[in-house]
Design a protein around this ligand. Structure first.
Ligand SMILES: Cc1ncc(COP(=O)(O)O)c(C=O)c1O
Length: 363
């Protein structure tokens, strides 16, 4: 790849970090990776201090939302290395989102190099406690100063990062989820499988109303029949019914192809579980609950890894799952995936891209 020009900050903010109260996404690390798409190519790869960017009122993204993003994490190991979890999957997914939103693709190998470099430059920002990590947020958006609905001709791709706490302080905390019956998130032919701002903007009202009623998030149903289960706010959804692990398939293009989803399905097949990627209806879920075969429900996503659903509410039906406790299947996936991420369990799938602290010291 072309060189990455590095301009380090003279005013590090690392001393402002409250390491015991990181929360999620509250503070940005010192540096960002930036590249500009001008004249038909990505150019001027650089790392520079995090700070405000000038933006024109006519910036096309502010008006038409031509923007995509990603989310992945880097973990500090006991040996002092930095493990980035499956970055090439995020790079590939970002390109699929880019194609859908008419944004130019960025080579996956450059994406991985950029992610490694930003972790290397800001490695001191990777927190130390088990459960914490450095969250990486790549995003790309149109920069034309032009009013008119057409793809931008110029873009920026930026990677910012933020130290984050364990998602749940007590580890795996079962959440209450409400099935969305009034609003929809995606329909076949739409943008559901792209990680683009509009999907999240459109989801906020349902999530806000659900939060007021004490729910963590909503479970979306398909936009046409409102019968098939799609996914949760920022997680894919999995059900343990009888001896099967069931999750909605990706082929309708209405849900995000989660990296955690893929990791869980890969491990489940290796564990010898019966895995089914299957369009299941909310009716299938309620019947399985009523006949006692539904033993676990959990969400999968980068932020929480595994998030057990303790209660699922569909209209006036309240389904309390596994006595609102973490089930053994959810626990096993959580332990295995976090074990691989922190370098405690052997990475037999080549999921980890390591930034090596020793090499950095000698560079
Ligand atoms: C809508 C949606 N579904 C699912 C996921 C889970 O994907 P991943 O496991 O790659 O974080 C996310 C989070 O990125 C999301 O925003």
């Amino acid at each position: 790849m072309t060189d990455i020009n590095i301009k380090r900050t003279q005013n590090s903010r690392i001393n402002e970090v409250d390491w015991n109260n990181l929360g999620f996404g509250k503070i940005a690390s010192d540096h960002i990776f930036v590249t500009d798409f001008i004249g038909g190519e990505w150019r001027d790869y650089r790392i520079e201090p995090y700070g405000p960017m000038p933006i024109n009122p006519g910036n096309c993204t502010l008006h038409y939302g031509q923007t995509i993003f990603e989310g992945l994490k880097a973990f500090r190991t006991q040996a002092g290395h930095f493990n980035i979890f499956r970055p090439e999957m995020n790079g590939a997914r970002m390109n699929r989102s880019a194609v859908r939103m008419c944004i130019p693709e960025f080579p996956v190998e450059h994406f991985v190099e950029a992610v490694k470099k930003i972790v290397e430059v800001d490695h001191e920002w990777v927190p130390r406690e088990r459960g914490t990590s450095l969250y990486l947020r790549p995003f790309s958006f149109g920069t034309d100063d032009f009013l008119g609905v057409r793809p931008s001709q110029t873009y920026k791709l930026i990677i910012m990062t933020s130290p984050v706490a364990a998602y749940y302080e007590e580890g795996l905390n079962p959440v209450r989820i409400k099935v969305a019956t009034e609003y929809i998130r995606a329909a076949k032919g739409g943008t559901g499988s792209a990680k683009t701002a509009a999907n999240y903007a459109a989801s906020m009202k349902a999530a806000q109303e659900a939060k007021k009623e004490g729910f963590a998030q909503v479970l979306w149903l398909d936009g046409i029949t409102r019968e098939f289960v799609d996914e949760v706010g920022t997680m894919n959804i999995m059900f343990v019914i009888g001896d099967e692990l069931i999750t909605p398939p990706l082929d309708d293009g209405t849900i995000l192809a989660g990296v955690t989803r893929d990791s869980v399905l890969t491990l489940a097949r290796e564990f010898g579980m019966n895995v089914r990627e299957h369009r299941l209806t909310i009716g299938d879920v309620t019947s399985a609950f009523e006949n006692g075969t539904l033993t676990e429900i959990f969400g999968t996503g980068t932020a929480a890894v595994i998030s057990p659903v303790g209660e699922l509410v569909y209209g006036d039906r309240v389904m309390r799952i596994n006595d609102s406790k973490i089930g053994p299947v959810a626990q096993k996936f959580y332990d295995t995936i976090t074990g691989i991420q922190y370098g405690e369990i052997e990475d037999t799938h080549n999921w980890i891209v390591q930034v090596n602290a020793d090499e950095m010291a000698h560079a």
